[in-house]
Design a protein around this ligand. Sequence first.
Ligand code: DQA
Length: 144
Amino acid sequence: RRILVLNGPNLNRLGTREPDVYGTATLADLERELRDAAPAGAEVDLRQTNDEAELIGWLHEAVDTGSPVILNPAAFTHYSYALRDAAALVTGAGLPLIEVHLSNPHAREEFRRTSVISAVATGVIAGLGFGSYRLALAHIVSRA
Ligand code: DQA
């Protein structure tokens, strides 16, 4: 079964982007970690885009293919109602969608305290670095 791990804007810069906040590991490192952690039969499909429309299209694809989703919406978290509506299609179809964040947005600027995604997510894991994704994967795998 395929698990979509979808990453929003600027996460392609992991490794050099604000390393004090996000660490020095890259998205390729994350992909490797998640693939190593996934049991046989679970395929981790990790993607990143800076484009809201593309991210929405991937959520539609998750609905059409019945794929669970791990989503780091990045800055879209805080204001994209279009992404929220697409996320609602996923959970509305009975598929898990876990919102993840590397940092703890509640410990940062005020604008990061609002997530327009959380209310339609299955669950939210934040502040644990790659651990946020690992725990989300463990949950999805345990429910498969
Ligand atoms: C983030 C937190 C967001 O506030 C920020 O815009 C990001 C990354 C995180 O993973 O901690 O781009 O989603």
